[in-house]
Design a protein around this ligand. Structure first.
Ligand code: ZN
Ligand code: ZN
Length: 102
């Protein structure tokens, strides 16, 4: 396993744990309530996922880094590379497998 793959897998484990943490669940619910639970993508469905536009601010996400989406719109967000170019020096910026949440 390369150093980069190891870093990325450590980070994925940490991120999965974060998504199930009390802090994130509280933050996520408050954000959904604040935007009225409507999907930011299609404006048509109920939002049931809070997507991270940036993974640089995990743990203290400002609202501007979050996006309330339905499952379809969320899957589309992850179907394209993350906004910043993937960079071998920063595993957080690499596209990672869509896990259904976050
Ligand atoms: Zn949608
Ligand atoms: Zn997402």
């Amino acid at each position: 396993m390369t150093e980069l793959k190891r870093k990325l897998s450590d980070w994925s484990v940490w991120y999965c744990n974060y998504l199930t943490s009390y802090n994130w669940r509280t933050r996520r619910r408050a954000y959904l309530d604040s935007v009225g639970r409507c999907c930011d993508g299609c404006q048509d469905n109920w939002a049931d996922v809070v997507h991270h536009r940036s993974y640089q601010t995990l743990g203290h996400e400002p609202d501007s880094d979050l996006e309330a989406l339905c499952h379809d719109c969320h899957a589309r967000r992850h179907g394209v590379p993350l906004p910043r170019a993937a960079n071998d020096n920063n595993p957080l910026q690499l596209k990672f497998r869509y896990a259904g949440e976050g």
